[in-house]
Design a protein around this ligand. Structure first.
Ligand SMILES: [Zn+2]
Length: 470
């Protein structure tokens, strides 16, 4: 007993020591000044409302305590003259972007996202550190996008695509226990993986419904002995089904026949499903093949987590030596099929898988918007997929992804019209996060912070995660 106690105490002390160490070494740009105002008058803006699809010039937006309090023409009366002002100089003011699929391994990932106007992320592989991190951000002690997270990825033991970081289960009882464990740890969203068995999948859905947890993830394929056809899983009503690539694999067995594809797109639409295509993930893979690995070395990869890069080295090496053209062709098909889903009426969201698969945080979110446009969405529809649709899926409509009275002041100021060229989103002139204003200099500092991931912090978090999922 005493030994257990002493062991527990040692772990607690070590935790405190290491936590203090790693937090103390965070880049200064990530720590807000306590006196930073959350009340502003933004003047001379061109207000872009993705929900209404309108752009309106000469608008002032009053932000009070981090929320939009008033919107009116420039010079509107009744504004306290002492309120600090931001001159938007006619630039476009719009809601911050929401990325529905990221992997955060380190605080600086959040800096990289915020630097390009990503003001909310959904982390799709929860680890113990994510919940306190989200709380630190919410309390204004750290700059970063609003952090929403699923629990650990749940997959079936022995499945074809399991990995070390998954919480693996064998059958219904263990699946139920995993859901309860995640709920007790504070998670409210579940991420399912492709190899779950029919029994585990059913148990997870039941338990999640009982606890009020949401389910998103890869299409669930069942086991080799008892495969689950893709269309049979549609009534499960996932928050989002992840990856066009996985739907094409599971629903079409990679068959690119357009008639079959169109029929599947219609089935997905008829089920009312929301799909998170993450086209940028496979684009990275195709680019790695096309450039013989050069794509992994592009400048944006400077802030890519070195621990993750280590895990992925063999994969990247494999694709760097792969000489076929089928990846480029499949990428074109994934984009075409995403366009078919959109045309059939499937609601799409922007997700980038940032943090893994050669997707750096921030820029990959904007790249995904560009790819949705290439798939056939208008720029307005693509931007809605990064604002209006995710807000609705997350149950935060009227709070994020919007520019109306009552919305959180998570805003982006850009040069020009994103409806003509979405690529201007790569370089915002300013970002407001929960009412705190970050000008271009502050964004540059965040971008620089985003290039300094810590191996020590990452290993520490991975270690704690492995202990938690046992
Ligand atoms: Zn992912």
């Amino acid at each position: 007993m005493l030994r257990i106690f002493a062991g527990g105490l040692a772990v607690i002390l070590a935790t405190i020591a290491v936590s203090a160490l790693i937090i103390a070494r965070l880049p200064g740009a990530m720590v807000p000044d306590r006196n930073t105002s959350r009340t502003w008058l933004i003047e001379h803006a061109t207000l872009f409302d993705p929900d209404a699809g309108t752009r309106q010039a000469d608008v002032s937006v009053l932000v009070q305590d981090g929320r939009i309090a008033r919107i009116g023409p420039d010079g509107m009366s009744g504004i306290d003259p002492d309120i600090p002002r931001i001159d938007a100089q006619g630039r476009t003011l719009m809601p911050g972007l929401i990325d529905m699929h990221v992997h955060v391994f380190d605080e600086v990932d959040l800096a990289a996202g915020l630097a390009v106007g990503v003001t909310t992320v959904r982390n799709m592989g929860g680890m113990p550190f994510h919940l306190p991190l989200a709380a630190r951000i919410d309390a204004g002690r750290l700059y970063g996008p609003r952090l929403i997270t699923t629990g650990a990825i749940i997959n079936e033991r022995g499945g074809r695509n399991t990995n070390l970081l998954h919480e693996v289960v064998s059958g219904g009882d263990e699946a139920r226990a995993a859901v309860r464990r995640q709920y007790a740890a504070g998670f409210r969203h579940l991420k399912l993986y492709s190899n779950l068995s029919r029994e585990s999948f059913a148990a997870i859905r039941e338990e999640a419904a009982a606890l009020g947890m949401t389910i998103s993830g890869h299409p669930v394929e069942g086991t080799q002995d008892d495969p689950l056809p893709f269309t049979d899983t549609l009534p499960a009503h996932f928050g989002t089904i992840e990856h066009t690539e996985s739907i094409v694999w599971h629903g079409l067995s990679d068959n690119t026949d357009p008639d079959g594809a169109r029929a599947l797109a219609q089935a997905v639409a008829a089920a009312g499903a929301t799909v998170d295509p993450t086209l940028v993930v496979h684009e990275n893979l195709a680019r790695i093949v096309e450039t013989r690995g050069g794509h992994v070395l592009r400048p944006e990869m400077e802030g890519y987590n070195p621990v993750v890069a280590g895990f992925e080295r063999d994969t990247f090496d494999f694709w760097s030596r792969y000489v076929h053209e089928d990846r480029t062709q499949m990428q074109a098909f994934y984009e075409a099929f995403t366009g078919m889903m959109h045309e059939a009426g499937v609601r799409l969201t922007v997700g980038s898988d940032s943090g893994i698969m050669a997707s750096p945080h921030g820029v990959s979110t904007v790249r995904e918007i560009e790819l949705l446009v290439r798939a056939g969405l208008t720029p307005l529809e693509a931007i809605r997929s990064a604002t209006v649709h995710p807000a609705d899926v997350l149950g935060l409509d009227g709070k994020i992804g919007c520019v109306a009275v009552g919305c959180f002041a998570d805003l982006v100021l850009v040069d020009g019209d994103p409806l003509t060229s979405p690529s201007i989103l790569y370089a915002p002139r300013g970002v407001m996060r929960d009412g705190r204003w970050l000008d271009r200099d502050a964004l540059d500092a965040l971008e620089a912070a985003g290039r300094q991931p810590s191996e020590l912090r990452t290993w520490w978090r991975l270690g704690r995660h492995l202990l938690a999922i046992g």
